[in-house]
Design a protein around this ligand. Structure first.
Ligand code: GUN
Length: 296
């Protein structure tokens, strides 16, 4: 038996479709067009690709996309002034500052200057605290996408053993909080964990977000477990560039019950969830009910 392959690309398309339907409703019934502002400082090529892709998909679902591209040597004061302007602009419902920022800018200070209600990345310290205490918050996009796929596959996650490998603020920690919120028994493992294989082998759900190519092997995985691979690692193999996850797909697909591929798994869900968060923020800002199934 090989695992069910969870098709993140198809799932993300259904999320975007749902978002698009709600955008139409907001426009037709309330005269509101949700707006997402993305701020990019500098010319990091990977960030430019992400920002272009975000802008394109924002427009495709019918939202307004505002892109602010700033010079690499933009001062912190100028960046904070732009964020203050976006915070005050009622046509802007979501604000995303693309990371990483150039070294001379303090990312924590910048992120924490965003109005938490418009923080569609869910990185503001208020949103981190709200999520950690089980209150309504903006939820980081990648973990939200993983949660949506897990709920879709399992129905209820209650009582399942979940192991999150990786303790980043962007994925590992919020993922663990979301799984706790769905009543999983959660272990956060990381690069220093003793007997990582032994820990992973207990899991009904494995979320790998450690940033090490193909680290999780098939003989670590409990038979029938669900494996969510957040890793995106570029490696060279047989003289060719290849994109691989943190999971050794070929050995894990033979043991797991379900698995996300790389590419085409978690990746496409991140932008879909950014759009979902923008709708959520827009509805909350206008005192309107939030669409079902697009938040945690
Ligand atoms: N850079 C890479 N991923 C992300 C993300 O999810 N949000 C932001 N703001 N920057 C990123």
């Amino acid at each position: 038996m090989t695992a069910t392959v969870i098709d993140g690309k198809a799932f993300a398309a259904t999320v975007r479709e749902k978002v698009g339907t709600h955008v139409s409703r907001l426009k037709d019934e309330h005269g509101i067009t949700p707006g997402l502002a993305v701020v990019l400082v500098g010319e990091d090529p990977a960030s430019q690709v992400y920002v272009r892709s975000k802008g394109k998909m924002t427009v495709e679902v019918g939202m307004n996309s505002m892109e602010h591209k700033l010079d690499v040597d933009t001062s912190e004061a100028d960046l904070l002034a732009l964020i203050a302007q976006l915070n005050a602009d009622p046509s802007v419902h979501g604000i995303l500052v693309q990371l990483p920022l150039p070294d001379h800018l303090d990312s924590d200070l910048v992120i924490n200057s965003i109005d938490p209600a418009k923080d569609v990345d869910g990185f503001h310290i208020s949103n981190v605290g709200l999520l950690g205490t089980g209150q309504k918050s903006m939820v980081p996009c990648t973990p939200l996408g993983c949660l949506m796929m897990l709920r879709d596959h399992h129905g209820s996650l209650s009582g399942l053993n979940a192991v999150v490998i990786g303790r980043s603020n962007i994925v590992g920690k919020p993922m663990a909080n979301l799984l706790l919120g769905d009543s999983c028994t959660v272990t956060i493992a990381h690069s220093r964990t003793k007997d990582l294989q032994g820990v992973v082998s207990q899991a009904d759900i494995v979320v790998a977000a450690v940033g090490r190519p193909e680290m999780v092997l098939g003989d670590w995985i409990k038979k029938g477990a669900t494996v969510i691979d957040v890793g995106i690692n570029r490696i060279e193999r047989d003289g060719k560039n290849k994109l691989v996850g943190d999971v050794d797909y070929d050995s894990c697909v033979a043991v797991a019950g379900a698995i996300t591929p790389v590419p085409g798994g978690v990746g496409p869900m991140t932008i879909a969830c950014l759009l979902a968060n923008t709708i959520t923020a827009c509805c909350r800002a206008n005192g309107l009910p939030e669409p079902d199934g697009l938040t945690a």
